[in-house]
Ligand binder design. Structure first.
Ligand code: PMP
Length: 441
């Protein structure tokens, strides 16, 4: 009968659907901290110092450049541009990085434009990492490195920055978190394909010193290892410190891919314009991944970023340069947040760079009692409790650690201070009120 035929049909269709739909490369990488915490912040936060983006406007010269590109006479800016980067942008990036690196660059082969630094990272791992390759990642790290290595079939090998608390009672600095040279050296072997370096480092704000970079460079050269150098916070360095590019160290240019982001550089994270700079022997393979995934990036955004860089090239090293003004403003914001947090006993670790700050929550533990039955790290529960009960959003530090090391770092949360003065004042009000409630209860 028709009924038994449809029964047979639905049965056989059901049987077919029991096979897994997802590719094996997705195993174990389905969790993502941002999905959960961005939603929590949107639902509960009055003051959001969680995810890393400015709440102040991008500079006028940049948004005006976008408007000009959009409404100016060149209607071709609404069409595809060169796949590996809009010619005006790769040209000005090559000129700019020639200055920074002190070497000649070919805009067509030494530079590629990507959909933010995020896609640049994806291209690196897909192009350079094979099944069975090991990739060294320095903890704490920008969380996407680990799943991206795994998706490429590689094995992440973690090496921690170890905190050395100062003995003189001063606040800790991100410089007090250091690699143990012997421990770092022990992670390199013939299986090591690459190391990911992120200086200035998200989440700590550590700016690696010349000595530390020299040590990494020496090991890369000795073991023929590539360096994926995530430098998206290259302009956000404070207290007169200097950002040193590892690609400029002896033997490193040929084995390094530099990654940058217009989102971070020009306070326009929503534009999602990023780039890679490096030798053609590496970039040619990144181009293969790019052309088989994204291929073209938005033309108008690239045109506007090109004009932004053109302006910065003219003003290079001058006080009006955005790359000089932005860190000056952010240093002031950092100092406000340091004061707010220190004032209530959330001991801040003073960042040398980036727009992030990590603070110690130990003195606030009594507010959020531990739950021995929860398998969630304590800092996750603390950050969730804080946004739900105090309206203040931050990110748990253990999100920036591998599964195996998460439980060693559950006493910290990360704040973003790329925020308007009013936002930071509102955060301070919440913290002060919280402290008063603590002392009066
Ligand atoms: N690398 C690091 C270290 C970052 O912090 C971020 C952004 N949070 C990115 C890469 C991604 O940058 P983009 O927004 O340009 O994709």
């Amino acid at each position: 009968s028709f009924k038994s035929f449809t029964h047979f049909l639905s049965h056989s269709l059901q049987a077919k659907m029991s096979r897994p739909v997802q590719a094996r490369r997705l195993e174990g990488i389905d969790k993502n901290i941002w999905v959960e915490f961005v939603k929590l912040a949107a639902t509960y936060s009055k003051v959001n110092l969680g995810q890393g983006f400015p709440d102040f406007p991008a500079p006028d010269f940049l948004t005006e450049a976008f408007r000009r590109a959009l409404g100016g006479g060149n209607h071709m800016l609404h069409q595809y541009t060169r796949a590996f980067g809009h010619p005006p942008l790769v040209k000005v990036l090559a000129q700019f990085f020639e200055k920074l690196l002190g070497r000649d660059l070919d805009p067509m082969t030494n530079v590629m434009v990507t959909v933010g630094a995020y896609q640049a990272l994806f291209c690196c791992f897909q192009a350079l990492v094979d099944e069975g390759d090991e990739v060294i990642i320095i903890e704490p790290f920008f969380d996407c490195y680990e799943p991206m290595v795994k998706m490429a079939g590689g094995t992440p090998v973690f090496v921690p920055l170890r905190p050395n608390p100062p003995k003189d009672g001063r606040l800790m600095s991100s410089a007090d978190w250091q690699l143990d040279p012997a421990e770092l050296a022990s992670k390199f072997s013939e299986r090591t394909k690459a190391i990911v370096l992120n200086s200035p480092n998200n989440p700590l704000g550590k700016v690696f010193s010349r000595g530390e970079l020299g040590l990494i460079a020496e090991l890369c050269v000795k073991h023929d290892v590539l360096c994926i150098s995530d430098e998206v916070y290259e302009w956000l360095v404070y207290d007169g410190k200097q950002h040193i590019r590892i690609a400029s160290l002896q033997g490193m240019w040929d084995r390094t891919v530099i990654i940058g982001s217009a989102g971070k550089t020009f306070s326009a994270t929503g534009w999602k314009v990023g780039w890679v700079v490096g030798p053609d022997r590496l970039l040619q393979h990144l181009r293969t991944v790019h052309q088989n995934s994204v291929y073209h990036c938005a033309t108008i955004a690239q045109e506007a970023v090109a004009q932004g860089f053109q302006r910065e090239l003219t003003l290079y090293g001058k006080p009006e340069s955005y790359f000089i003004q932005l860190p000056k403003e952010l240093q002031q914001k950092r100092d406000w947040l340091v004061q707010s947090l220190d004032g209530v006993g959330l001991k801040p670790i003073i960042p040398e760079g980036t727009y992030f700050l990590v603070a110690d929550i130990s003195q606030f533990k009594s507010d959020v009692p531990d739950d021995p039955n929860s398998d969630e790290p304590y800092d996750y529960r603390f950050a969730k409790w804080m946004v739900k009960n105090k309206g203040l959003a931050a990110i748990p530090l253990s999100a920036f650690y591998s599964e195996a090391h998460k439980n060693n770092y559950t006493n910290f949360i990360r704040f973003c201070f790329a925020k308007e003065e009013a936002t930071l004042k509102a955060a301070n009000d919440i913290l002060q009120k919280w402290k008063q409630e603590k002392t009066s209860s």
